[in-house]
Design a protein around this ligand. Structure first.
Ligand code: NAD
Length: 316
């Protein structure tokens, strides 16, 4: 998979009539992609983050991604400009939430942050507004409990990179109203995505299966069985994975991977989910992968070369 690529926005349907205004909370790796996809499909988007510089970076990323789609001939300039004009940014949650029909929360993968955000969103959003979270692993039922509208809280788990990946994992909390699930299924289809429904257990489907594999790849490196490039090559060429697990971990964010593993470990209480000490150490050191420029690989702005980080470049 070419991670630089942005697929053409696939939607002939336009926005769902009941959902016009979408508020995206958090503009990091996932939030900017989610905002781009909604705006390209005709939704008005309020993109909100605590950090003004992060918002500026997000808008630049979206503009660059849309330019690539135009260059490929999949979108005309006018539609590109219109999509960008549909995205408004700000640091005030209250301003962004007040007219929302749907909120997609994509803030940091931290239970306390999400509980507090949903408590606030419940106060700020109009009563019919659906509150969706892009969480990778935190219980939807738990998040819904922070609100007075648990039937309107649902998981809408986009995959990274959002404009490219077709899947949306839709997670039903214990109290999610079936009508809300149906609306989110329909919205996902209108975005040109393929929705798959899952129930609310730790890691849902995607990360319950993916994260133990990534963790095992880190253990394989930690124990000196093979080097970074070798582990990734085995999984790419041997298992036909488009990207090796260590590169994928860098791409997701090592902090996000660690947070998900901790949820799995706590949620199931089984030692098999315990995060590898090397992963824990890398996160403590601030080497979080692509977003910080270094993880298992070292990343240079503007370069597509995959270079193993110096710490791991010796032979095993
Ligand atoms: P990120 O670290 O790249 O970005 C998080 C953003 O949230 C930051 O810009 C931060 O400033 C902002 N934020 C934190 N607290 C906030 C608050 N109270 N209000 C507004 N903004 C706030 O994280 P990410 O990788 O984009 O992950 C976001 C969510 O998406 C997480 O729940 C994560 O588990 C999930 N997710 C991540 C991936 C992935 O590949 N990275 C894939 C699927 C789902």
């Amino acid at each position: 998979m070419n991670m630089e690529a942005t697929s053409p926005p696939v939607s002939g349907h336009g926005p769902d009539p009941s959902i016009q205004q979408v508020t995206v909370v958090g503009c990091g790796t996932m939030g900017n992609g989610i905002a781009q996809v909604f705006a390209t499909c005709g939704y008005q988007v309020e993109l909100v983050d605590l950090s003004a510089p992060a918002l500026e970076k997000a808008i630049n990323t979206i503009a660059r991604n849309l330019d690539r789609v135009v260059a490929k001939g999949s979108l005309d300039q006018e539609s590109r400009d219109a999509a960008l004009a549909r995205i408004h940014t700000g640091t005030s949650l209250a301003a962004a939430a007040q007219t929302a029909d749907l909120v997609v929360e994509a803030a940091t993968e931290n239970r306390q942050i999400k509980l507090e955000l949903f408590r606030q969103l419940d106060q700020l959003c109009p009563p019919p507004c659906i509150l969706a979270t892009n969480t990778s692993s935190i219980s939807i039922t738990d998040i819904a409990g922070a609100t007075g509208r648990p039937s309107k809280v649902i998981g809408m788990h986009f995959m990274n990179p959002v404009p490219v990946m077709k899947l949306v994992e839709i997670i039903k909390g214990y109290n999610t109203d079936p009508g809300v699930t149906a609306t989110i299924v329909e919205v996902s289809r209108r975005l040109g995505k393929i929705p798959v429904e899952a129930n609310d257990y730790p890691g849902f489907v995607a990360n319950r299966i993916l994260m133990p594999m990534i963790n095992e790849a880190v253990h394989t490196l930690f124990e000196g069985v093979a080097g970074v490039a070798e582990i990734d090559t085995v999984m790419k060429l041997g298992m036909a994975h488009p990207m090796g697990p260590l590169q994928l971990a860098d791409f997701i964010g090592l902090d996000v991977c660690l947070a998900i593993l901790r949820v799995l470990h706590e949620g199931f209480g089984q030692p098999k989910y315990a995060p590898c000490p090397l992963l824990v150490k890398m996160v403590s050191s601030g080497n979080l992968g692509v977003k910080t420029g270094k993880g298992f690989y070292a990343y240079q702005a503007g370069s597509k070369d995959l270079v193993v980080a110096p710490e791991f470049s010796g032979s095993v």
